[in-house]
Design a protein around this ligand. Structure first.
Ligand code: G1P
Length: 278
């Protein structure tokens, strides 16, 4: 059985909902309190044992590469101010615990395309995918990725994390249908990307956490543009689901959609309260 060691972060998008802020700052670098969005996802992945971090970048995203690298000049400047120097511990800790590889997506043809462009970095092994927009809080439970690794190890096939959303919100998500095999784990039979509420098979929506088996690449190679004119990972997974090779896992915890202004503010308030009470 292959262990899941790699995690992919598609980070090429424009982040248009936060313009003009995202004109020159990658949306993944917007702060939620004292850490940029992508920090939360990378920490969650490394905590789950996925310490080979692969990040797919777009143009103007080099701040992400710099974030996951030492800044010796800053550290030298702060030598005389140990309290301030200590503020770098959370990121230096991640840099120490993980390895970081970057590549450009080039043409941006959708999430499925971004994942497919990572084929050479991933090779023939299972891998996690984290959409950094989705920040998850699991309190005393394991992080979402760690919960999913357990599901992967048991079912030995691709896993998508899901949550229930109000019916009128299905159009913002990939939506699944399936049969519940055990509490919170569904064998997926149907997947639709961004269905209108009347076309949605259920209200079980995929969030930005996946563990994918490498057989998805061969399907992505021939997946055509779908919803929004983009190559969708949901469409590729739908094909695997036909053979019973996808399970959906209702994760324990809370997810903040930091790709939206409301979700971003909720995350900010949540982590502000958490930091204040720590
Ligand atoms: C992507 C996926 C979608 C999923 C969502 C979760 O959509 O295509 O299936 O439900 O992430 O955040 P996006 O939000 O990038 O449009």
């Amino acid at each position: 059985m292959s262990k899941v060691k790699k995690c992919l972060f598609p980070a090429a998008g424009y982040g248009t909902r936060f313009l003009p802020a995202t004109k020159s700052v990658p949306k993944e670098m917007l702060p939620v309190m004292d850490k940029p969005l992508i920090h939360y996802g990378v920490e969650e992945a490394i905590d789950a044992g996925l310490d080979e971090i692969n990040i797919i970048l777009g143009r103007g995203k080099s701040a992400i590469e710099d974030y996951f690298d030492k800044n010796y000049e800053l550290e030298t400047e702060l030598q005389a101010k140990p309290k301030k120097l200590k503020l770098l511990n959370p990121i230096n800790d991640l840099i120490e615990r993980g390895t970081f590889t970057f590549r450009r997506q080039g043409a941006m043809l959708g999430l499925g395309d971004a994942i497919n462009k990572a084929q050479s970095m991933i090779g023939d092994e299972p891998f996690g995918v984290v959409l950094a927009d989705d920040v998850c809080e699991t309190g005393s439970e394991d992080g979402v990725m760690k919960q999913m690794v357990e599901v992967y190890e048991k079912y030995q096939c691709s896993v998508v994390a899901i949550m229930e959303v109000p019916n009128e919100k299905t159009e913002s998500y990939g939506v699944i249908a399936g049969t519940e095999e055990e509490s919170g784990v569904y064998r997926v039979s149907e997947m639709v990307e961004k269905p209108k509420p009347e076309d949605a098979p259920t209200n079980l929506a995929i969030i930005g956490r996946y563990i994918l088996s490498p057989d998805v690449f061969e399907i992505l190679d021939r997946t055509e543009a779908g919803a929004g004119g983009e190559i969708q990972i949901t469409d590729a997974l739908k094909e695997l689901a036909k053979d019973g090779k996808v399970v959906a896992y209702k994760f324990k915890g809370e997810r903040f959609d930091c790709g939206s202004v409301d979700g971003y503010m909720d995350a900010m308030n949540h982590f502000y309260t958490k930091l204040k009470n720590s």
